[in-house]
Every structure is written in structure tokens, then in C-alpha cells.
Design a protein around this ligand. Structure first.
Ligand code: FAD
Length: 478
């Protein structure tokens, strides 16, 4: 897209940053710097219709990521202006105040965000501001990947096959530093400081998150490099919550501190140098699942509230008031089922949970406790540093059985069996449940009635009986 540029406007280009808080492989920044002076802009938009307000852990990450981005941009001589408000108003206001002749951004794929971008684009077209957008957050445009019949993919394997048959472009280097005179942020209506945005949770939680993560683009690259050194172990290790077997790149990808192109390219180079391995291929497939979830969101814009499979609209979830105590126990990591509680406490303390445990905790909530998956998704949305509008709801619907290419409803994880298989030495469970760490006489996977003496609750649900109840509930929707 591009509007004819008015000669009355200046040579400055505004680079509108969103979920792409990096300088390397940033096509919008690259294009602006090639054109002349660039001014970076981030808008905290909690007011536009349909835009989902960020959860607490995500806000914490955003605070650190903006500080890191500001430092990286300063090195390039590009000031970062922070503004808050509905982007459809704030962005035109910045364009007016600066007299900038152009604006660039990397595309986003949620429906409310696309509506905001379309409105800004229209405003630009009417004022002679050249607006240009780029693909940067996904390897392929969701609108371009279609089945032979022309519809969206609903099944992962053919989607993945189609995706792999297409060329993936090379990542761009960061722009070079030091280009001409720069507009001062004050010229654009006064910048704000993220410190004034009330992004941080209470100190105790913030400290836990800070202990677990280094936020920012440099940390993302370090994590990628360190992970690729051991990617060969990923085939087996990715399912083991007791090991550091996965990349932990998810929050960096969520915030765009590193692009999927950069990750893809690094993995493919690694393969060229060291040869293919099941671990590396599995890792690429997981990036494919990320794309698949965004593809779903593109076609089901309200994925966090609407079932992909309408059969679930009639599902007899428990009444929220009746299920409230169980939901609370699940949130607090006090269900009396160790693997689930360990995961929920890992989430609370670090803003992240291992994928295997995410599946088990989600299965317990939706199937054994018959709590509507949307309540669980909302909790994850608030607590995860990688909370993602596509991968969160997409995976919740996958576990619940209501999603595209989802796990069938009758696949109800047994959390005790899962723990014995994937945490065989109980290191994960003992790490997050200190109550169970010391007493060798207690089965850490199933303490049962011995739990309360250690300060650990008895199970809130009978796994076998609740499994039967879940199967009956599903049968009733036929
Ligand atoms: P790795 O195993 O190293 O995988 C590499 C990358 O691939 C990840 O960083 C992620 O971007 C992508 N990826 C891996 N698994 C999946 C998957 N199942 N679906 C989509 N992308 C995937 N992921 C999020 O990014 N945000 C979420 O809000 C989110 N919510 C989830 C909720 C539930 C109930 C479940 C079961 C999974 C959820 N996931 C979510 C997917 C997955 O658990 C995380 O992406 C993964 O645990 C992140 O850890 P990692 O970076 O070490 O992953």
C-alpha cells in the first residue's frame, strides 16, 4: 500500500512499532532509515474497540522491552516516542505535529488491530502521507495460504506442507547508525515514559519475573544461539519439564524481539553446518504451529471466545459460581494434583509454563473439572509473559477439543501418569512444590491423604470419576 506523498510534508518517516520491538529484521524501520530521518513511535492502545487489554505479565514484559528498544534505537540515532491512547487518534496526531511525510509499520493480524491500521492508512491517504506496511511477524500472510479449494486450512499437516513448500525470505540486518538530523521527541507532542504507564505488577511478582527472564532483543539472540547448540536434544527433551529442553523463545517471539525469519534462518544455517536432526526438524514444526494458530485467528477473529467447532456451543460447562472454588484452587496451584500445581506455580512465579504442563493443566481444568476453557485462557492471558492472542486461544481450543485439528475430547490427560513419564525423578514437581520436596516417604506424584500433614492439599477431584463425567458431558452434546 502507498499513498502519493504530499510535497508540503517533511522528509521524516514515523516508524510505528507494535509487536515487533527490535531493530534487526525490521522491514518498517529499514525502509524508513533508507528514506531519511526516522522517528520511532510506540502507542499503548488500551482504548480501541476490540483490542484486548494486556495481562499483568505481558505489561511487565512490555516495560522492559520498550526500555531495551529505546537503547537500541538510540544507538542508531533514532528517537523513540511513547504515547498512550487510541492509536487511530494518536498516530494521526503525531503525524500532524511532526509534519512527517511518511509512516511505516509491520503488519499485524488480529481483526481489531487491522481495523485500526486501515483507519490510519485511510487518514494518511487523505493527507498525502505515504503509508507503507510490511510482513515481518509471520513467515507467510494468513490470507495467502489457502487449500486447493480456496478455503483456510483447518488441519495442520497439509498447512505445514504448504508452508514448507514456499520460500522464506532472508532476515534483514539492523539499519546503519547515524543518518542526518533527527526530530526531537518534544516536536511530536511530548513523549511519555513507560514508568508513568503503571505497567509493573506488585514488587514481589516483578522480582520473580525479573529473576526468570532477561528481556530484550540481545537476550533473544543469546537464547537462540544457546538453544541451537543443544537443538539435537530437543526431539526428546522438548517434552520434559524437568529439563531445560526447549528454547524459551516464546516471549521474545511474542513481542517481536526476534523475528520468525531470524529464528528460521538460524535453524536452517545450523542444519547446513551440522546436518539435519529430528530435534531441529521438530523445532521448525513448532514454529509451524505458531503460524497455524495465527492462521486460525485470521479466519476466526474472536478465537478467544468463539468455538471453532460449533458443536461446543452446547457444551454443558459447570456453572461458574458452582465451579469458582475449583477454578481458584487451580489458579493457586492447590488442586492436590502435583504436576498441575507445579505448573501453575511455575506460571505464577515466572510468567511461563512448560508446554507439556500447559496441556496437562488445561486438560484438568476443562475436562476433569468441567470449567469452561475460556476461564483458563483468561488466567493464562493475565499470567503468561508470552500471552499471545492466537497461540493462547488456539492451544486452549486444541486441548478442549473445540479447535481446528484439535485433540479429541476423549484424550483426557492423566496428570499422574504424565508426571511419572515426563518428570520421572520428580525434579520438576519437587522444585515448584517445596511442601513435597523433603519427605521421601510420600509419593511426590500422588501424595493423596498424606499431603495435608505436609501442608499440601488432598486432591480436589477424583481423576477416574471425573473422567467418566467428562465423557458423559461430551456425549450429551451429540
Ligand atoms: P519451544 O518448544 O522452544 O518452541 C519454539 C517456538 O515455537 C515457541 O517459542 C513458540 O513460538 C512456538 N510454539 C511451540 N509450541 C507451540 C504451540 N503448541 N502452539 C503455537 N506455537 C508454538 N504459546 C505462546 O506463544 N503463547 C501462548 O499464549 C500460549 N498459550 C498456550 C496455552 C496452552 C493451554 C498450551 C497447551 C500451549 C500454549 N502455548 C502458547 C504454546 C506453547 O506451550 C508455548 O509456545 C511454548 O511452551 C513456549 O516455550 P518455548 O519457547 O520454549 O517453546
Amino acid at each position: 500500500m502507498s499513498a502519493p506523498e504530499s510535497p508540503d510534508r517533511g522528509t521524516t518517516t514515523i516508524v510505528w512499532f507494535r509487536d515487533d520491538l527490535r531493530v534487526t529484521d525490521h522491514p518498517a524501520l529499514d525502509a524508513a532509515c533508507r528514506r531519511g530521518e526516522a522517528l520511532a513511535l510506540y502507542v499503548l492502545d488500551e482504548a480501541s474497540e476490540g483490542v484486548r487489554p494486556l495481562g499483568a505479565a505481558a505489561r511487565w514484559w512490555l516495560d522492559g522491552s520498550l526500555r531495551s528498544l529505546r537503547a537500541s534505537l538510540e544507538e542508531l540515532g533514532v528517537p523513540l516516542l511513547l504515547r498512550r491512547g487510541p492509536a487511530g487518534q494518536v498516530v494521526p496526531d503525531v503525524l500532524e505535529r511532526t509534519g512527517a511525510g511518511g509512516i511505516t509499520w509491520n503488519r499485524r493480524y488480529g481483526a481489531p488491530e487491522r481495523a485500526v491500521d486501515a483507519a490510519v492508512e485511510q487518514w494518511c491517504a487523505g493527507r498525502g502521507v505515504a503509508a507503507r506496511s510490511f510482513r515481518a511477524g509471520l513467515l507467510h500472510e494468513p490470507s495467502e495460504l489457502r487449500t486447493g479449494a480456496g478455503g483456510p486450512y483447518r488441519v495442520f499437516t497439509p498447512f505445514w506442507k504448504a508452508l514448507r513448500s514456499r520460500e522464506v525470505r532472508q532476515p534483514l540486518p539492523a539499519p546503519r547508525a547515524g543518518r542526518g538530523a533527527l526530530p526531537r521527541a518534544a516536536d511530536a507532542g511530548g513523549g511519555e515514559d513507560p514508568g508513568g504507564w503503571d505497567l509493573l505488577p506488585p514488587p514481589e511478582r516483578a522480582e520473580g519475573l525479573a529473576r526468570a527472564w532477561t528481556v530484550g532483543e540481545a537476550a533473544a539472540w543469546e537464547r537462540l544461539d544457546a538453544f541451537l547448540d543443544r537443538v539435537e536434544d530437543y526431539a526428546e527433551g522438548h517434552d520434559r519439564p524437568d529439563r531445560d529442553g526447549t528454547s524459551r523463545l516464546s516471549p521474545h517471539l511474542r513481542w517481536g524481539e526476534i523475528s520468525p525469519y531470524a529464528v528460521w534462518d538460524a535453524a536452517v544455517r545450523h542444519r547446513a553446518e551440522r546436518g539435519s536432526s529430528p530435534g531441529l526438524e521438530k523445532f521448525l514444526t513448532e514454529l509451524g504451529w505458531r503460524e497455524f494458530n495465527w492462521h486460525q485467528l485470521h479466519h476466526v477473529p474472536d478465537l478467544h471466545v468463539r468455538h471453532v467447532r460449533p458443536r461446543f456451543d452446547a457444551f454443558p460447562w459447570r456453572d461458574p459460581a458452582e465451579a469458582a472454588a475449583d477454578l481458584r484452587a487451580w489458579q493457586q496451584g492447590r488442586t492436590g494434583i502435583p504436576l498441575v500445581d507445579a505448573g501453575m506455580r511455575q506460571l505464577e512465579q515466572t510468567g511461563w509454563m512448560h508446554n507439556r504442563v500447559r496441556m496437562v493443566t488445561a486438560s484438568l481444568l476443562t475436562k476433569n473439572l468441567l470449567v469452561d476453557w475460556r476461564a483458563g485462557e483468561q488466567w493464562f492471558w493475565d499470567r503468561l509473559v508470552d500471552a499471545d492472542p492466537a497461540c493462547g486461544p488456539g492451544n486452549w481450543q486444541w486441548v478442549a477439543g473445540s479447535g481446528a485439528d484439535a485433540s479429541p475430547w476423549f484424550r483426557i490427560f492423566n496428570p499422574v501418569t504424565q508426571a511419572r513419564k515426563f518428570d520421572p525423578d520428580a525434579r520438576y514437581v519437587r522444585r515448584w512444590l517445596p511442601e513435597l520436596a523433603g519427605d521421601e516417604g510420600v509419593d511426590p506424584f500422588e501424595p493423596g491423604p498424606l499431603g495435608p500433614a505436609l501442608g499440601y492439599p488432598e486432591p480436589i477431584v477424583d481423576l477416574r470419576a471425573s473422567r467418566e463425567r467428562a465423557l458423559d458431558a461430551y456425549a450429551s452434546t451429540r
